[in-house]
Design a protein around this ligand. Structure first.
Ligand SMILES: Cc1cc2nc3c(=O)[nH]c(=O)nc-3n(C[C@H](O)[C@H](O)[C@H](O)COP(=O)(O)O)c2cc1C
Length: 191
């Protein structure tokens, strides 16, 4: 991520955030490409790393892929609220995003993303056994499987609120943004 975070305008800041999220969807070493996705589990909070596959505008959606049998899918089915945490350790910028999630599985949306997925990445969603199933050994190679998209799920998080924090070299800054339709209103807060 090459964004400069030095600005005193919240609307300029939101533009930089959109740009940084778009850039993070490109394959590469961008730390915002692998955010942490937090869901509400039955026993409390539940977190894991995911790959940010897409960021849409003007929908302001964050998109990730998963095996449909994964624990996070069951959790989101019960409670569709989720938080995403993006952190860039070099720039020392953190972005927290509150979302409402939609799940797409065995439908037209899942099919569209499946067809765009390179063949070598499809194997990850073709495992015969569900994620988390005990196995007798660590396994040697990739998953074997169905050969179709039947366990491929698309997670779409509609962004509702943002909390941006920058621990810059000479000052710390924090801003919050709230969404109404496709407009965002932002304001500075104490870090
Ligand atoms: C760098 C990295 C990227 C990952 N990307 C994804 C992903 O895009 N989708 C996914 O379902 N799991 C991904 N995982 C695995 C999850 O972190 C997690 O272990 C797995 O999805 C099971 O989580 P769950 O039981 O909460 O569903 C990734 C893990 C790492 C370390």
């Amino acid at each position: 991520m090459n964004a400069s975070w030095e600005t005193r305008s919240v609307s300029e800041l939101s533009d930089r955030i959109w740009h940084a999220l778009s850039s993070a969807t490109e394959p590469g070493p961008d730390p915002w490409r692998t955010p942490v996705l937090a869901t509400v589990g039955t026993g409390g909070p539940s977190v894991r790393t995911v790959v940010l596959r897409a960021f849409t505008r003007p929908g302001f959606e964050l998109i990730a892929f998963s095996d449909a049998r994964a624990g996070k899918i069951l959790e989101l089915d019960r409670n569709p609220t989720a938080a995403w945490l993006f952190y860039d350790p070099t720039a020392r910028v953190q972005l927290r995003v509150a979302t409402r999630m939609r799940l797409h599985w065995r439908d037209a949306v899942a099919q569209t993303y499946w067809h765009r997925l390179p063949e070598d990445q499809r194997a990850r969603y073709r495992s015969l056994a569900a994620p988390g199933t005990p196995r007798p050994d660590p396994g040697e190679s990739g998953a074997t499987g169905f050969g179709d998209e039947s366990q491929f799920a698309v997670l779409i998080g509609e962004m509702e609120e943002l909390d941006w924090l920058w621990l810059g070299p000479s000052h710390h800054r924090r801003a919050r943004f709230r969404r109404s339709e496709s407009d965002w209103s932002g304001y500075w807060v104490e870090p």
